[in-house]
Design a protein around this ligand. Structure first.
Ligand code: NAD
Length: 416
């Protein structure tokens, strides 16, 4: 692939298609097409060798009509303003599709966290949290983990924000450790949501589930859990990959053994149990379900014609470009879009925030069951709209999200 497609162009293209199908008027299109707040920060961090480096970070709120902004924080070299805008817009529609009373946001720092020591990572996080503190807060904007960040990073953000306030503000981030107001079930939530959606897709005749051959790209917080839970529920996971490459076994991989290897620091390109493959090969494996769980723009107009999956379940945000969507629709390959499929993390983040505000914590079974109900209802609504409008699931999901935010915008009116 030469240059990575711009995800903001993808997000706008998807929005325009939905706005057209909804016959949205021009004013609403202008409002919903723009990000309402975009903060860029440049800040110095002192490194362990005594030198200082200036990093660039962002926090973008696309829309806050439905409630406080919500969205992850990404530490990755690809982070730029357009990537943040795209992710923030997708979060707005995702919250609306799941009927969670939040708006959409995203933040991040252009950095490779693997190149920083734990102390440098903490310094960078605390300074970045301070820089974006004018936007975040439990009633304003609530970050969560994304690529390159985890519960520990959330703990540092929560602590930094609380130090500036003078008291503990647990609800300022979600995806925190349990000991400081995190919730049971959050770590597995996105992957668990993927399983619920795959099961609903099977119930609706879009795929098989029991014994379905599955390939998963990306073996991080989302991909590893999705692969393990899909295998535990009866799918045959035949291929997995991370940034180093992957492993393929037609008879099925021992996903738990691979997970243990990765926990001990191994890369999947060197993992046992099957043949070595690269990421390009993984994406075109002959499987029932392909789960892209790495990053955006992985399937494009260039490789979509070679794909042999029967269904794509988007665990990553924006893994397919609009050109890829068009090719797959033409070829009859079902795509379950990110804003529906990977909403599980958002939903349980919302449960975490609700528990923090009430200082009253729920049992894990209750959390998983409530998550299941939200995912099943969201799937049913999107599927029935797609059937009614002869639209793809992406078009239907985006229409659902856009329509809910548009309605709320009209009811609230334009200030002043
Ligand atoms: P992570 O950092 O925990 O893991 C990312 C994984 O993808 C790693 O295994 C990494 O090696 C691999 N990877 C990175 N670049 C790659 C490439 N070019 N090719 C192949 N593999 C690559 O991140 P995560 O939290 O699992 O997030 C993955 C995706 O899921 C992102 O698109 C993110 O926005 C989305 N997402 C995350 C959550 C969440 O709760 N963490 C929720 C919804 C959506």
């Amino acid at each position: 692939m030469s240059q990575m497609p711009n995800p903001w162009v993808s997000a706008l293209t998807q929005f325009d298609a939905a706005a057209e199908l909804l016959h949205l008027d021009d004013a609403l299109r202008q409002i919903l097409r723009s990000c309402s707040r975009e903060l860029t920060v440049h800040f110095p961090v002192r490194l362990s060798n005594g030198s200082t480096t200036v990093f660039c970070g962002y926090r973008v709120q696309h829309n806050v009509v439905l409630g406080p902004a919500k969205g992850g924080i990404r530490y990755h070299p690809s982070v730029d303003l357009d990537e943040m805008r795209a992710m923030a817009m997708w979060m707005t529609w995702k919250c609306a599709v799941a009927k969670i009373p939040y708006g959409g946001a995203k933040g991040g720092v252009a950095v490779d966290p693997a190149k920083l020591s734990p102390q440098e990572l903490e310094n960078l996080t605390r300074r970045y949290a301070t820089e974006i503190a004018l936007l975040i807060g439990p009633q304003q904007d609530i970050p969560a983990p994304d690529m390159g960040t985890d519960a520990h990073v959330m703990a540092w953000i929560m602590d930094t924000y609380s130090m500036h306030r003078g008291y503990s503000v647990t609800g300022v981030v979600t995806g925190k450790p349990l000991s400081i107001g995190g919730t049971l079930g959050r770590q597995e939530a996105t992957g668990r949501g993927i399983v619920y959606i795959a099961q609903e897709a099977a119930r609706n005749g879009l795929t098989k589930f029991e014994g379905a051959k599955v390939a998963v790209q990306g073996f991080g917080k989302v991909g590893s859990v999705a692969a393990r839970l899909l295998a535990a529920e009866g799918c045959r996971v035949v291929g997995v990959s991370d940034i180093s490459g992957g492993v393929y076994n037609e008879r099925g991989l021992d996903v738990e053994a691979l997970y243990r290897c990765v926990q001990q620091g191994a890369r999947l390109a060197e993992a046992p149990g099957g043949d070595r493959i690269n990421n390009e090969e993984l994406l075109v494996l002959p499987v029932d379900i392909l789960v892209p769980a790495a990053m955006e723009s992985q399937v494009t107009g260039a490789n979509a014609p070679q794909m042999r999956a029967k269904m794509v379940l988007e665990a990553a945000n924006g893994p397919l470009t609009p050109e890829a969507d068009a090719v797959l629709a033409e070829r009859g390959i079902v795509v379950i879009p990110d804003i529906l499929a990977n909403a599980g993390g958002l939903v349980v983040s919302y449960f975490e925030w609700v528990q923090d505000i009430q200082s009253f914590f729920w049992e894990e079974e209750e959390i998983n069951e409530r998550l299941r109900r939200v995912m099943v209802r969201a799937f049913a609504e999107v599927k029935s709209l797609a059937d009614e409008r002869h639209a793809t699931l992406r078009e239907a999901a985006t229409m659902r999200g856009v329509q809910r935010v548009a309605e709320a915008t009209l009811v609230r009116g334009i200030y002043p």
